[in-house]
Design a protein around this ligand. Structure first.
Ligand SMILES: Nc1nc2c(ncn2[C@@H]2O[C@H](COP(=O)(O)OP(=O)(O)O)[C@@H](O)[C@H]2O)c(=O)[nH]1
Ligand SMILES: [Mg+2]
Length: 386
């Protein structure tokens, strides 16, 4: 799950609406909104149907003109205010929401038109670079709070129990592997008597692994944003124009334009009035400069580069690339990049994993073993004892 975070007024809800709107027939829209702030977005990847010259029939995902869109949950996490970690504002809700996120997309108002508390101010009056550190600090202090709450107990128990186990239990809500916690505890030489500054370095390291942050510079259409973007070149920021992406997806939904999320342009195909033409013209100019609106880039970066996932296609029939019913490339599965053939078998079904015999890499018609490492785009048929 990806969490959208940022102060009020930076464009999170606009980003969320754009990222979760996709122009496909209703029958294909299997994923609907779960809660008001939770929705489904899609990572975009080349569908193997294109290169193989076949017509696919996706079931758990979508294929638009040879681009496969694979669902990923997104949550619009409101409530970031200074002191959220102390429960200020919607602080507690904010923190329990980020607890469940695998990566955070931090939406910045690059125009500097939003003050510390999330109030709109004149563009250029706030330094958006500060917001980067502000979010990191909020999360760090929150994790520190989780540890400090029971530090006295940890101290006592540390006499007869390993400190890494105690810290692991204390941070169980973060869903980290015990292996990662152990590694970090060793790396930072954590003991029950650790000095606060050293503990903070440990927490920063832990946060970077547990809640990696993708920086999004929104409102790049505003003049001041471009100056700030130049000034902040030492950070890796994806330039973004959320309002435009929302307008494009809505226009595509209504049939005015042809636009596939993530494309570097669009085509007007319906009747548009002067006002619409003007708005689309402005967006077109922006895209000529920045290539895309940035929304799809953010989702893809989060899933592929930061969470390091791959997309693989399990099939039954190894020569037709289909399921039992003949649907070609029906399912696209997101898996961690280190996944093996047997991992995929388990991901399809527990029983198939347990009864795994071998698998076939269908694109090259080659048998592969259980420990064979998969790569993105693989089409795999699994043989199991039935
Ligand atoms: N210029 C510009 N304004 C935007 C963009 N995205 C959002 N906004 C505006 O910023 C304001 C706050 O947006 P909203 O999505 O409600 O922000 P949230 O409070 O972070 O959820 C609204 O007036 C939006 O229209 C953008 O890409 N460019
Ligand atoms: Mg909002």
């Amino acid at each position: 799950m990806l969490g959208l975070v940022g102060k009020s007024n930076t464009g999170k809800s606009t980003f969320f609406s754009a990222a979760t709107l996709i122009n496909v027939e209703i029958s294909n829209r299997i994923f609907t909104t779960i809660e008001p702030n939770k929705g489904v977005s899609y990572v975009r990847t080349e569908c193997p149907c294109k290169i193989l010259g076949i017509k696919c029939a996706p079931k758990n995902s979508l294929c638009i003109d040879g681009q496969r869109f694979v669902p990923v949950q997104v949550i619009d996490i409101a409530g970031l205010v200074p002191g959220a970690y102390e429960g200020r504002g919607l602080g507690n809700k904010f923190l329990s929401d980020i607890m469940g996120a695998n990566a955070l997309i931090h939406v910045l108002d690059m125009s500097g038109g939003t003050d510390n508390d999330g109030n709109p101010v004149a563009a250029g009056s706030h330094d958006p670079e500060k917001d980067i550190y502000f979010l990191e600090d909020e999360i760090d202090y929150w994790i520190l709070g989780l540890l400090e709450k029971n530090w006295n107990q940890i101290k006592q128990k540390a006499m007869h129990e390993k400190i890494e186990n105690l810290i692991y239990k204390q941070l169980s809500g973060l869903n980290m592997s015990s292996e990662t916690v152990k590694q970090l505890v060793e790396k930072h030489n954590i003991t029950a008597e650790i000095e606060p500054e050293k503990l903070m370095l440990f927490i920063k390291d832990l946060r970077q692994r547990n809640k990696p942050i993708i920086l999004v510079g929104n409102k790049m259409d505003v003049f001041q944003s471009q100056q700030n973007f130049e000034k902040m070149k030492n950070h890796e920021i994806i330039p973004c124009y959320a309002e435009a992406e929302l307008a494009l997806r809505r226009a595509a939904d209504k049939g005015f334009i042809k636009y596939i999320p993530g494309d570097s342009g669009f085509e007007i195909i319906g009747n548009t009035d002067d006002r619409q033409k003007q708005a689309l013209g402005f967006i077109k100019k922006y895209m000529e400069k920045y290539k895309t609106t940035g929304i799809q880039d953010c989702i893809n970066k989060a899933v592929f580069d930061v969470m390091k996932m791959i997309v693989v296609y399990p099939v039954e029939n190894e020569s037709r690339f289909s399921d039992k019913k003949g649907n070609i490339l029906p399912n696209a599965k997101l898996m961690p990049s280190s996944s093996t053939a047997v991992d995929m078998a388990y991901a399809v079904h527990e029983d198939i994993g347990r009864n795994f015999i071998s698998a076939v890499d269908c694109r090259i018609h080659q048998r592969i073993g259980s420990e064979h490492q998969l790569k993105t785009g693989d089409i795999i048929s699994i043989k199991s004892r039935s």
